[in-house]
Design a protein around this ligand. Structure first.
Ligand SMILES: Cc1ncc(COP(=O)(O)O)c(C=O)c1O
Length: 390
């Protein structure tokens, strides 16, 4: 069982039949039309405008998540005439140059430095830090995930997103929500921003937008921001990308949004998220090895208590050993969060059943019951066994 779901790309599971059928239909249309718009692109733009809150109504199309982030950053600069960006420690926005420039991990940024200048990191959830940074002149945008994904399923303090929106408005800075991982039901609402009823100036979406069947992404903004950024003869073509908005991608996205609404997938994720969370909390009371259960909907993290192992390296890698046990002994695929390696990801497709959640939690229970040292030894045996097989 896959409890990683393409890190949020497979909310409807692997290869949903209806989405594949829609893609096949669309593949009878001209595949790439760079002059003018194909009708599916218009339909998708309209659908997104209808399901997104507030005045988010103009979509810039792309293929991958990082591309949507680039488009959002470009839109912010072009619209405000300002250069700088603020983002959060442990925030993840993709690996292209602009996205890496606002990446919240030193390790990721340094490898390919120098990146964009004028980018500042602040702690996630800290409105005072945000205001201090906004007071510096020329901030085009603050980009933030409504719930941090790779940071380890971190939900911000109550009122943070609302406060961030107010501060950004006060200083004329645009607010970008990166909902690439949190979008399309993952956190128990269609979009995570709806938990706080906050509407940003730009939102980025990808991953489950195309159900993982076809790569597709969008940066959606208001008509006002769009017009300021690219609404003139000399700028309108600055967001073109050959495959952006191709019929197959748009058909996948249209069918995905239709299924999400028809089958009440966000509500299902909320109910199943509550169920899974309660079960995981139950495990926490039983196992000292669990430090914290956190997250929202079915974007959940299980933070391990790693202290007390043979070495620091082993402590840092304990989650990998638990993950290995889950895979090799119980056939459950999970992972850790990239910027929080001691946190195990519990992120199944949103079509998961309560029985499957029970199975995964029982497996985790069995692995943790072994105790830290036995987990390390078993991992060692599995690793040696697979080396001997090669
Ligand atoms: C919040 C967030 N933003 C952006 C991205 C980048 O998306 P992609 O890998 O499609 O470029 C990811 C990918 O995991 C993500 O989780």
């Amino acid at each position: 069982m896959d409890f990683t779901a393409g890190y949020g790309a497979l909310n409807l599971g692997h290869n949903p039949k209806e989405v594949i059928e829609a893609v096949h239909q669309a593949q009878k249309l001209p595949a790439v039309l760079l002059v003018g718009f194909n009708p599916l692109m218009g339909a998708l733009g309209k659908t997104l405008a209808s399901i997104l809150p507030g005045d988010l109504s103009v979509a810039v199309f792309g293929s991958g998540g990082a591309e949507a982030v680039e488009n959002a950053m470009k839109t912010a600069r072009a619209s405000t005439g300002r250069q700088k960006f603020i983002s959060c420690v442990n925030g993840y926005h993709g690996l292209s140059f602009g996205a890496l420039s606002v990446c919240g991990s030193e390790r990721f940024r340094m490898t390919v430095a120098p990146l964009l200048g004028h980018c500042e990191l602040i702690p996630f959830g800290d409105l005072e830090a945000l205001e201090r940074s906004l007071q510096g002149k020329g901030i085009a945008a603050f980009i933030v995930e409504p719930v941090q994904g790779e940071g380890g399923a971190v939900v911000p303090p109550r009122g943070y997103l609302q406060g961030a929106a107010e501060l950004c408005r006060k200083y004329g800075t645009l607010l970008i929500f990166d909902e690439i991982q949190t979008g399309f039901g993952r956190t128990g609402k269609m979009f995570a921003m709806e938990h706080d009823a906050v509407v940003p100036d730009i939102v980025t979406l990808s991953k489950s937008l195309g159900s993982g069947v076809v790569p597709v992404s969008v940066a959606v903004t208001s008509e006002e921001v769009w017009k300021k950024a690219f609404g003139s003869r000399d700028k309108f073509d600055l967001t073109i990308s050959t495959f952006a908005g191709n019929p197959a991608a748009c058909a996948a996205a249209l069918r995905t949004t239709e299924i999400m609404q028809r089958d009440g997938i966000p509500d299902r994720a909320r109910a199943l998220g509550d169920y899974a969370r309660e079960k995981l909390q139950g495990l926490k009371t039983k196992h000292e090895l669990i430090k914290e259960i956190r997250g929202r909907g079915l974007l959940l993290g299980i933070e391990l208590e790693t202290a007390g192992l043979f070495s620091r390296t082993m402590e840092q890698n304990l989650s990998i050993m638990v993950i290995s046990e889950l895979l090799h002994k119980h056939n459950i695929l999970t992972s850790y969060f990239d910027f929080s390696p001691t946190v195990i990801r519990f992120e199944p497709p949103l079509i998961v059943t309560t029985e499957q959640i029970d199975e995964a939690v029982d497996a985790l229970d069995k692995v943790l019951s072994m105790g830290k040292r036995a987990i390390v030894l078993s991992f060692g045996k599995t690793a040696i066994g697979s080396m001997l097989h090669q």
